[in-house]
Design a protein around this ligand. Structure first.
Ligand code: BTN
Length: 246
């Protein structure tokens, strides 16, 4: 299990930026940068992550040694968030591949894993986790339809520090399984709602979104899709967005 060391702030630009700086200055594995709010929270592909007070925003430093599949850390973090939410609030969530945690088709949390390499070796990974807890999105253009919060979904105020604890416990377990080479995919795949659905996937490499059926997640965490009888593999880093086709 990882021993967590907390570095806490009221407001920062981005916990991800601070954790990256600390990691470069040799902060140990298990360092967690937490903030009550962020002025410049970052999501995948440089998107903004709206971070008002009342949410959970944290970035964890891990230093995996000899991890055969570091690319699975993103999925591990999304599964840990889903499990933590379940344990703290009783709410069921599902992962929209690769890293969106969803309730009723609206996004409640997101994770990001940014690795730093020395040659081919990973020196550290910064895992960023943002959960919409007690701040709602009503009146925020674009977000009102796309995003939701635990408070809104459960009708109750969420204990953010309890949620932080359950997510970190679950992540520690998942990361331990990855380090020891456990085959976790069977369990993790069950959390991914994308599998089995007809989806539109917009890739960086093409103008038009790909209409296909998501058939599986491979052992490296990539999405296998089928189109006109042919199977294609989508890597998370090639994806701009994905939505279910209605
Ligand atoms: C995504 O869904 O695109 C990932 C969102 C990750 C947001 C978290 S909030 C804590 C950490 N600090 C950041 O600036 N981003 C991550």
């Amino acid at each position: 299990m990882v021993t967590w060391i907390f570095v806490e702030f009221d407001e920062v630009d981005s916990t991800q930026t601070i954790a990256k700086r600390l990691a470069t200055d040799d902060a140990p594995e298990g360092t967690v940068v937490v903030a009550k709010s962020q002025t410049s929270g970052k999501g995948r592909l440089g998107r903004d992550w709206v971070s008002p007070e009342g949410g959970l925003y944290m970035s964890l430093i891990i230093r995996p040694y000899n991890l055969s599949r570091p690319e699975l850390v993103t999925l591990a973090s999304a599964v840990a968030v889903a499990q933590g939410i379940r344990r703290t609030t009783g709410l069921s969530t599902a992962i929209r591949w690769p890293n969106d945690v969803m309730v009723n088709n609206r996004k409640i949390a997101g994770t990001i894993a940014e690795a730093e390499f020395h040659g081919h070796d990973v020196t550290h990974i910064i895992v960023g986790i943002g959960v919409n807890c007690n701040a709602g999105f009503s009146g925020m253009r674009g977000l009102q339809e796309e995003a939701t919060s635990l408070g809104e979904e459960s009708g109750r105020e969420v204990d953010v520090s309890e949620l932080r604890r359950t997510i970190l416990d679950s992540f520690s377990q998942a990361y331990g399984d990855l380090q020891s080479g456990e085959d976790t995919m069977l369990l993790w795949r069950k959390h991914v709602m994308t599998v089995g659905k007809r989806v539109l996937a917009k890739l960086k490499t093409s103008e038009e979104p790909l209409s296909c059926i998501a058939v599986n997640i491979d052992p490296r965490g990539n999405l296998i899709v089928q189109r006109d009888e042919a199977a294609t593999i989508i890597h998370p880093e090639d994806l701009e967005w994905l939505r279910e086709e209605t």
